[in-house]
Ligand binder design. Structure first.
Ligand code: SF4
Length: 424
């Protein structure tokens, strides 16, 4: 199928998936493929799936059906977390030609060199325990900031999570490679890098050519300070037990690491945290927030939380609500618990009725709204640096302050990709 020269991508899920899709598109670009929009006709369509997305299966089927209606002869490849977890289920979707698991994802160019369409999809997958390599990737979002993957996989065993089954063991890039990538990005005019990983604070694990523990996340932060041209770094999300006081102090003393943290809490009840097999309890979480606030009163702090984990009682939820209510954080990302195949949480009883899960979600979303409002109002009148983006949205432009407040201003071409001191 040597005439196959155009490719279109669709990405589901997190920033990590987006950065990997960008890497796949660059790989295929080197093979001579020209990229098309997903809504356009192409010879090859690649869907990068997610295991966290609810109804991943249905979403995938719908996308394949849409491709088939528009371009019945196109070659359809499914990869990503869901493809690793449920290859047979995906291969059974009519119209799918190739399923690439975690180990094969970055060999996509080789697989596409000899594409042949069959009656049933070819599955190229292996046991997740065998997935060991690290593939660096980054995505350039709006040309002002980029998501740079520095770590992949996770060794933790949180009972609600399928990510370790989809992405394998924790492994990382080497510091010198990350620094090199940052230099390349600086050369492309990128001003801000968001460091991304599955369990970012675990950086340093299973790097090729070095012993475990030789390099760590703090060392990475220190090394990145020296890259000329990158003005801003953000830490996408970090487990509270791995966000050491030294990392917090580094960010506080750095002109480049932004005063902005995203720290998963998941529950404010120690009983539920235990059942989730999280590696901290609420006291440690509160201590970390206190440490950040003592050094960076202005820091933006986001929190992930799950409602309706099995056996979460009204009392457990009240504890979570009150804990978060008292905690000086800026916003919440609230997830409703949903059952995932092969997770330990399925054995925990009683299950919380879906309606109760959703009501609790709504209560926390209201709390988040109030927190964000309070946080933003607290900064009214202050002058903070804003990195403005490219889009002209009806005469307005947008950007983020250092501490992650979204700002809108009348569009000025000379401010695009510039850091401007802005009075809030
Ligand atoms: S830390 Fe827990 S929730 Fe996060 S990826 Fe690892 S197992 Fe999943």
């Amino acid at each position: 199928m040597s005439e196959a020269r155009t490719v279109a991508f669709h990405t589901l899920g997190c920033k990590l998936n987006f950065s990997e899709t960008s890497a796949l598109s660059r790989l295929l670009g080197q093979e001579g493929f020209v990229q098309r929009e997903f809504t356009e006709e192409a010879d090859v369509y690649v869907i990068n799936t997610c295991s966290v997305t609810e109804n991943a299966d249905r979403e995938c089927r719908q996308l394949v059906r849409r491709i088939q209606r528009r371009t019945p002869d196109a070659f359809v490849v499914i990869t990503g977390c869901y493809a690793q977890l449920k290859p047979a289920e995906i291969a059974s979707i009519p119209g799918v030609d190739l399923v690439l698991g975690a180990a094969e994802k970055f060999n996509i160019a080789t697989h596409l060199r000899d594409l042949t369409r069959g009656d049933s999809a070819r599955i190229c997958s292996c046991d997740i325990g065998e997935v060991a390599g690290f593939n660096a990737s980054f995505s350039v979002d709006d040309r002002t900031r980029t998501f740079l993957k520095v770590q992949d996989g996770c060794d933790y065993t949180c009972t609600f999570c399928t990510i370790p089954m989809a992405r394998g063991k924790s492994r990382s890039d080497r510091i010198e490679n990350v620094v090199r990538q940052a230099q390349i990005l600086a050369g492309k005019g990128v001003r801000e890098i968001v460091l991304t990983g599955v369990n970012l604070g675990d950086f340093g694990r299973r790097q090729s050519g070095s012993e475990d523990g030789e390099e760590d996340f703090l060392g990475l932060c220190r090394a990145l300070e020296s890259v000329a041209g990158i003005d801003r770094y953000r830490i996408s999300s970090i487990e509270p037990n791995l966000l050491s006081p030294e990392i917090i102090e580094h960010v506080a003393g750095s002109g480049r690491f932004m005063p902005h943290f995203h720290i998963p809490l998941q529950s404010g009840s120690d009983r539920i945290l235990g059942l989730m097999r999280r590696r901290y309890r609420r006291a440690l979480y509160a201590e970390r927030i206190g440490h950040i606030r003592s050094l960076m009163p202005h820091a933006g702090i986001g929190v992930d939380v799950i409602t309706g984990f099995p056996s979460e009682s009204d009392e457990d939820f009240r504890e979570t609500f009150e804990f978060l209510h008292e905690l000086d954080v800026s916003y919440l990302h609230v997830f409703t618990y949903s059952e995932r195949d092969d997770t330990k949480a399925l054995d925990i009883k009683p299950v919380v009725p879906v309606q109760v899960r959703q009501e609790r979600n709504k209560t926390l979303r209201n709390l988040s709204y109030m927190k964000l409002r309070h946080f933003t109002e607290r900064h009214a009148g202050q002058t903070r640096p804003v990195l403005f983006e490219h889009q002209d949205r009806d005469g307005m432009m947008e950007g983020y302050t250092d501490n992650y407040i979204r700002v809108r201003a009348p569009f000025r071409a000379e401010w695009v990709n510039q850091i401007v001191d802005w009075r809030l």
